[in-house]
Design a protein around this ligand. Sequence first.
Ligand code: NAI
Length: 699
Amino acid sequence: MSASYDLRDGVAVITLNNPPVNGLGYDTRRAVADGIDRAHADPAVRAIVITGAGRAFSGGADIREFGSPKAIAEPNLLSLIRMLDDATKPVVAAVHGTVMGGGLELSLGAHYRVAAPGTNVALPEVKIGLVPGAGGTQRLPRVLGVETALNMIVTGDPVKSELLAAIPGQTLFSKIIDGDLVAGAVAFALEMADARPLPRVRDLPLKHPNADAYFQFARNTVKAMAKNFPAPARCVDCVEQATRRKFDDGMVYEREAFLALMMTPECKALRHAFFAERAASKIPDVPEDTPVRPIARLAVIGAGTMGGGITMNFLNAGIPVTMLEMKQDALDRGIATIRKNYESQVKKGKLKQDKYEARMALLSTTLNYADLSDADMVIEAVFEEMGVKEKVFRALDDVMKPGAILASNTSTLDVDQIAAFTKRPQDVIGTHFFSPANVMKLLEVVRGKHTAKDVLATVMKLGKLIRKTAVVSGVCDGFIGNRMIEQYSRQAGFLLEEGCTPEQVDKAAEKFGFAMGPFRMGDLAGNDIGWAIRKRRYVEKPDLRYSKTADLLCELGRYGQKTGAGWYDYLPGQRAAIPSAVVVKMIEDHRAALGITPRRISDDEIVQRLVFSLVNEAARILEEGIASKASDIDMVYLTGYGFPLWRGGPMCYADTFGLFNVVQAMKRFAKNPLDDGEFWQPAPLLAKLAAEGKTFNPA
Ligand code: NAI
């Protein structure tokens, strides 16, 4: 059953029932249409109430049907709303919880709407690169006024029902109903049962007193704020047309805009990211109903950069944390940093004082492992040295209660080796947070050889609770994200050797849409970190070709922003990157020493070499099963590495570019004068998919 039908005091009550959020899938639409017909056919019915079972009126389209024929099968949403337009008995939509997208559009087809307080009202289509497609841009302005409606449509953000109901002159909600919503809606429907003519939103007049100036202003504003996304500007166009055209013509305009946007790469990328985010929590061999372990108390080892940020995530979620360090002053410093972070949020008005205090009250500290025995999970964030990790995990193995989860935040070390320091490798897992850990969305969850399925399921769920995008990675050097970035950095170094300046490379990458080019990123993260890793790695792999420019830079003490100089110069206390004559000279001398004649490299070549170096390594990661699907790799790059959202992640971008074309480009790069052909060997999976005309992500 996807919608039920009841009769109450002469009012037909149609209740959407399609958990979890009453998505308007085919069966639900069909059942609503049947209900409307039945109510009209029954002379005993004086009015109709449409409402939702469970926690929402309706979250809109049923995303499980996306892209399938069922999504548009009749009665589609437009047809359903047309039925309401043609209704001869009054229809009241009674909304609660969530009324979004198609759900809101359906309710706007009703003659009246009543709402429970606290209902989230939104047209979020813009977030997946679309305009609302079932009259939202034409009807919402008619009930809320142009400006409020347009704000909601271009942001896609929810607004509470009681705030909207308080807007003077609005006709979105006839009533806010405290208490029993359906009983209130039935009573209201009976009050209106004989009122004629029936008020239809489509018949309401719509004008803006300064339309030309207002829409020009609105268009400029959204274009500046969302320059790489076409949908927000199209939202403005649609609402403008609502003020200029007859209702039915406006509907045609909206439909055309919707269909045109649907075909854009930006919309495809946003839809991909939307589904990729949901897919990330699904692990092929870990069923969704896998029982999870309760996590009521947490321990964090190490109160440094990462330990402090990790701790904040859990305090924010209301989970008590005990932080352990070797010395009291390290604890004091850690707490001071956490306080400073919270206080800056309080100052900015983002956090209330009492909440800040409540969070700090959840934090305790210790120097003694025995104090961790009641924690359900511990996350280790000590120095990145196997010897130190070994000491910590052996100590944890002694004190942690049976069944506690033992996690490491290591960014490069072997989680299986760490697990082997304990007698309970099944309880050991990697939780790789990104810096700053209280801000960055990405959490790579590293599944060891022996990690138990319920441990994995628990940590994935915990990731959601602390509002991270958790992506599973297998064990390998660098996991998904850093293993790929290594190839990207190698390529960035070759570009310098062959003729680019750091500024040219960064500008090209940033024009493509990266939040930061590779060299500005190095200066922010600290060039010494990569230096230390290279010293270790390139000793193990002496034949691996890489550019020594980054080592030379570090030999000059230019570690980045923290030393006031890196690939760029920095003024004291400022973060603006100023091109450095010293660095340019250093690179030129290096080329001269190698006998290299620099050549001019186009921005296209720069971007393709950077992005395809990510893609090629990602193909290996997929093939080895380190990532279980291409969309997980996209999520890692979108949420942890500043990859442009409107391109959907490196795999989505490669698919859009065409894998055949990617391989062709790689063949061209392999013929560059300084290339030895090794770097651009296509990974077997990439070569195979390209040859078969396939894509990484399912089409
Ligand atoms: P950090 O140097 O800022 O903090 C490490 C803290 O651990 C220090 O406060 C130190 O006193 C404490 N510590 C060291 N040995 C200890 C022991 N035996 N018992 C208790 N406490 C001990 O280092 P950071 O940057 O926080 O890194 C921690 C871990 O997180 C490392 O494994 C690192 O690879 C990883 N990581 C770091 C990222 C970053 O951007 N900094 C990003 C992702 C992971």
